[in-house]
Ligand binder design. Structure first.
Ligand code: ATP
Ligand code: MG
Length: 135
């Protein structure tokens, strides 16, 4: 995958609250093009695997439970400088610290239920896209 791609999920809280369209709209308005898109529900095992990097963190068990609690939308997005620009568009992990105009400022409910995921590097964008859409 080229470095102009990133991977995102619309998390269970935002899907449950009927914000798929609003969030995809903010992504498109931000200059991102949807390359792959799928709505699905993660098992706890798959959610745990996705967030395995956090498995020693105190919030890991709750995060796995939350991320497997209902449907999510997984997507690959394309734009120049995708990874960094997308992190700017979603805002800080904790919505209390997210900038005005960001997706998390508008839609996130808490530091855990924070509406969206965004890859943190080109390498992880590739790994995460393959996790959902790969071979
Ligand atoms: P993401 O990887 O989902 O895009 P992020 O990169 O902003 O989020 P990470 O540090 O990778 O943040 O944390 C992964 C996810 O774990 C967060 O998005 C959030 O759902 C949850 N999380 C992070 N920190 C906490 C915390 N202190 N308490 C509860 N949940 C947390
Ligand atoms: Mg992260």
């Amino acid at each position: 995958m080229a470095t102009n791609r990133t991977f995102t999920m619309i998390k269970p809280d935002a899907v449950q609250e009927n914000h798929i369209g609003g969030i995809l709209g903010m992504m498109e308005a931000g200059g991102f093009r949807v390359v792959e898109l799928q709505k699905l529900t993660l098992t706890a095992e798959r959610a745990g695997e996705f967030y395995a990097v956090h498995k020693e963190r105190p919030f890991y068990q709750d995060l796995v439970k939350y991320m497997s609690s209902g449907p999510i939308v997984a997507a690959v997005l394309e734009k120049d400088n995708a990874v960094a620009d997308f992190r700017t568009l979603i805002g800080a992990t904790n919505p209390a610290q997210a900038a005005e105009g960001t997706i998390r400022k508008k839609y996130a409910k808490s530091i855990e239920a924070n509406a969206v995921h965004g890859s943190d590097s080109d390498e992880n964008a590739q790994i995460e896209a393959d996790f959902f859409f790969g071979k």
